[in-house]
Design a protein around this ligand. Sequence first.
Ligand code: ADP
Length: 169
Amino acid sequence: MTAIELVQGDITRESVDVIVNAANSSLLGGGGVDGAIHRRGGPAILEDCRRLRAAHLGKGLPTGQAVATTAGDLDARWVVHTVGPVFSPTDDRSALLASCYRESLRIAGELGARSVAFPAISTGVYGWPMDDGARIAIETVRAADTTVEEVRFVLFDRPAYEAFAAHLR
Ligand code: ADP
């Protein structure tokens, strides 16, 4: 069974095999956690992203999917980039958000990773309500059939941490 841990903090400071990035489909960087990961991880991550795009992601990475790159200067072996859905009040995109967690774990497992750190995907600029985003994250990781031994959710602020804690109980 996969152990689930919660911490409040900056995901770029974590020591784990895989740090998951809430990227956008261009893979060419953005704000929020994406910007922080590229800033702290250095240019090697962007070089890898460019290479992936040129090789087989011409139209970008589809929502709900994930790819791995080097982790550059981060204290991790890989960064797994996944594209969360933009929240919509009229269109239920929960399956795509669940897919981000599942696909990231699948890629991490293929790489042989034992520990994975996730941010709260889609809950920033993409507007997903934190409580629902936390529920989907925890339920999906709990149900995942994975060889990853430890999943750490790294929540940027106290309300995010509390939302995840409520669903872990
Ligand atoms: P998205 O576009 O998927 O919504 P964001 O980066 O805007 O991605 O936000 C996703 C979540 O990551 C938000 O809850 C935000 O507060 C959080 N976040 C931003 N920076 C960091 C960081 N350095 N470490 C962990 N979480 C972060």
